[in-house]
Design a protein around this ligand. Structure first.
Ligand code: AMP
Ligand code: ZN
Length: 112
């Protein structure tokens, strides 16, 4: 997908702060974090949304989810974390390459 920002990250055309990479998955820090730790797990295969997945994607989706606690722990989220998958415009999805948000550890913006 030539116009997909996450495919451009995968191709090295846009820089990212990498958290993890294997043959089928990449994780990198969100550019606009809404917690002290906030990263995204994406498949290397372009899939637009969770609603585009079928039974053939069960293994991939399972591996994406199972990666979340491993990486969260490595990022220091020992007490727990949140996961989020926005799906479709009505679900608040802005980047149409499926991704799991993993975040926690408090708000990065200091409040008085
Ligand atoms: P969503 O609303 O679920 O589609 O979330 C897309 C997320 O991608 C947002 O939290 C953005 O901050 C994040 N994002 C967009 N562009 C980049 C980028 N170049 N590097 C890292 N994160 C990005
Ligand atoms: Zn893509």
């Amino acid at each position: 997908m030539s116009d997909c920002i996450f495919c451009k990250i995968l191709a090295g055309q846009i820089p990212s702060s990498k958290v993890y990479e294997d043959d089928e998955l990449l994780a990198f820090h969100d550019i606009h974090p809404f917690a002290r730790v906030h990263f995204l797990i994406i498949p290397k295969q372009h899939i637009a949304t969770l609603a585009d997945c079928s039974s053939g994607h069960e293994g991939l989706l399972g591996r994406m989810l199972l990666l979340a606690p491993r990486l969260a722990k490595k990022q220091g989220l020992d007490a727990g974390f949140k996961t989020l998958i926005n799906t479709g415009r009505g679900g608040g999805q802005e980047v149409f390459h499926i991704h799991v948000h993993v975040f926690g550890g408090g708000d990065p913006v200091k409040r008085s």
